[in-house]
Ligand binder design. Structure first.
Ligand code: AMP
Length: 281
């Protein structure tokens, strides 16, 4: 087995032409690289459902804030290609920034309501840039199906809203979060954590589970549910909470009372690393 890596829009389009004409189902897994078992889960899911599997690797500068980690974001392309090869990916699309943005980007797509709370409130312009680059990738690759992790629940909600609202002929598939044995959600950013920080990190998931437990045992007041989760986070001095909220899983709006399924989502800082996680109850 061998995986082909292509770097230009023309190459990826030419590459997919034969598969498209042959009527193969094309699956796309957009990533920023530094692939881990979470990405692999998305790839495996696509592998089962599609005739041709494309992974894109692109660290999109537009979705990073001025003080965020764009420059230090890991870019281990050779290892990523090897992981793709081992997991049966057919084509990797790894464009340069110039290839994706040959001209100043004058057009953007956004879902303001879905982007209003949670990460959107703390990362201005982030989801607009994510939606825009994903729409570009959709138009470049023209997949039938595209795979996204539930770990980034608000991102998934934005992509679902964009796809539905703009009538994109693409099936969006959400893939359950892959975790370490101690509960920490896999993330390319986990490698920033020092040993003490890594020890503290699973507290994030524990706090979400504590909150989820309250909901399951009948608590309907979001404030009380958050209080229970925050109490767990407070026990860990290395953690600073950015947000801990209950929202509806489609529009990502705060809920006044827990009735139908609710997403409990949190973001924390551990040192200079920002981690997010969520559970759906
Ligand atoms: P990223 O490279 O971090 O932008 O992630 C690329 C895709 O992989 C996104 O759809 C993520 O939601 C997904 N992903 C990241 N971490 C995980 C995880 N732990 N489990 C499942 N999917 C994940």
């Amino acid at each position: 087995m061998y995986v082909q890596a292509v770097h230009t829009v023309k190459e990826i389009r030419d590459n997919l032409e034969i598969a498209r004409r042959a009527g193969q189902v094309i699956g796309l897994i957009p990533t920023m690289g530094a692939l881990h078992a979470g990405h692999i889960q998305n790839i495996r899911t696509a592998r089962k459902e599609c005739g041709l599997v494309v992974v894109s690797i692109f660290v999109n500068p537009l979705q990073f804030g001025p003080n965020e980690d764009y420059a230090r974001y890991p870019r281990p392309l050779a290892e990523d290609l090897e992981m793709c090869r081992k997991n049966g990916v057919d084509v990797v699309f790894a464009p340069t920034v110039d290839e994706m943005y040959p001209f100043p980007q004058l057009t953007f797509v956004e879902s303001p309501r879905v982007s209003q709370h949670l990460c959107g409130a703390h990362r201005p312009g982030h989801f607009r840039a994510v939606a825009t680059v994903v729409l570009k990738l959709f138009n470049i690759v023209q997949p039938h199906r595209a795979y996204f992790g539930e770990k980034d629940a608000q991102q998934l909600a934005v992509i679902r809203a964009m796809t539905r609202d703009l009538n994109l002929p693409i099936r969006i598939v959400g893939v359950p979060t892959v975790r370490e044995a101690d509960g920490l959600a896999l993330s390319s950013r986990n490698q920033y954590l020092g040993p003490e920080e890594r020890r503290a990190a699973p507290t994030l998931y524990r706090s979400l589970q504590e909150a989820a437990g309250r909901v399951r045992s009948g608590e309907t007041d979001p404030a009380k549910v958050c209080e229970a989760g925050l109490a767990v986070l407070k026990q860990e001095p290395l953690i600073r909470v950015q947000y801990f909220e209950l929202v509806d899983p489609v529009e990502m709006q705060p809920v006044g009372e827990v009735r139908s399924p609710v997403l409990i989502a949190a973001a924390v800082w551990i040192g200079s690393t920002r981690l997010i996680d969520n559970v759906l109850v």
